[in-house]
Write a protein that binds this ligand. Sequence first.
Ligand code: MG
Length: 374
Amino acid sequence: MSRQQTIAERERAQLASYAMHSEDSVGRKYDEPEHPYRGAFQRDRDRILHSSAYRRLSGKMQVFTGDMGDYHRTRLTHTQEVASIARTIGRALRLNEDLIEALALLHDIGHPPFGHAGEDALDECLADHGGFSHNRQALTIVEELDIRYPRFPGLNLCRETLEGQLIRAQKDQAGLSPLLEVQVVEAADSITYDAHDTDDAIKLGMVTVEQMSEVPLISDVLGRVHLRDPGLAGSMLRKTVVHELVDVQVSDVLVRAFNYLSDYAGCTAAEMRQSDFRVGPGPSLAAKKETLERFLYDTVYRHPRLMKVRTVAQNRLKQMYFGYLERHDLLPGSIQQRAAAVGWPVAVGDYLAGMTDRFCDAQFHRYFENSVPG
Ligand code: MG
């Protein structure tokens, strides 16, 4: 019996029939021999984890910048929290945790510096060249830009992993339902940022627990916390509220998914893709999450401190985009080569998108600070 059969057997014993079993993967674009002791999706997970784009997430802001302290999430710790919550949900539903983790680690690696402000600026710069989306950029990175193997460009990930990210990039497109593993990561991303943005915003003093108690989901959570631990206050209250906020959301997603999936025992992953069920919160929690997200948008994401960061970052990125278009000599050789294939605008966009916040600032000050915006 080969090692590979052992992995398939282990998955057959442990995973639900409707999980994406690695033996059923349609494979990779460039054929490769199976690994002796790692399954296909486990290998994808490792390839993403070892990519330079993944490491650079540590220098990219999630919502709050590096000069606002060192408590809050970076794009990397956000990604790790998504992976952890997604694996918790996936394990409970007996789905493929390796694929879930690969998808979670992949989901934000296309983010440019300065979060959504950076994304919007690049999208504007590249408007005549296909625009820019961080979800699509993740695919460009793992299929073209991250060169680390001698026999193929990119990471040569399994089709299922790439398709999961493609679905993120093409939201609202009709067709088959995403694999359950893809849906779990989507649900976990939302659970994660709703919880950690609440935590970070309170910790940074942009909003108080009292103000947030006007939001129905936070007041529900506060009710549960006070019932169990009356008298909690200050930072312990904040931390407990955040733990509870994750727990309430994960539990809701799981109860709903258990109920639904119990009718599908014996179905395969392919059969589940015909179903229009989506892993996610039930209607009541979904409405409460929407209210929380609207509150976070109005009060936190549009807070004057963050609006200022947004304006500065966007002006810098635009100035750098036009600056590099005029100064090809400032671009590394790999980007100059890329320009030969995709043109200078897209290649400059790829270069800027790959930068950490810090590197972007440093390049701006070094070359473009005194240039006139394009
Ligand atoms: Mg995310």
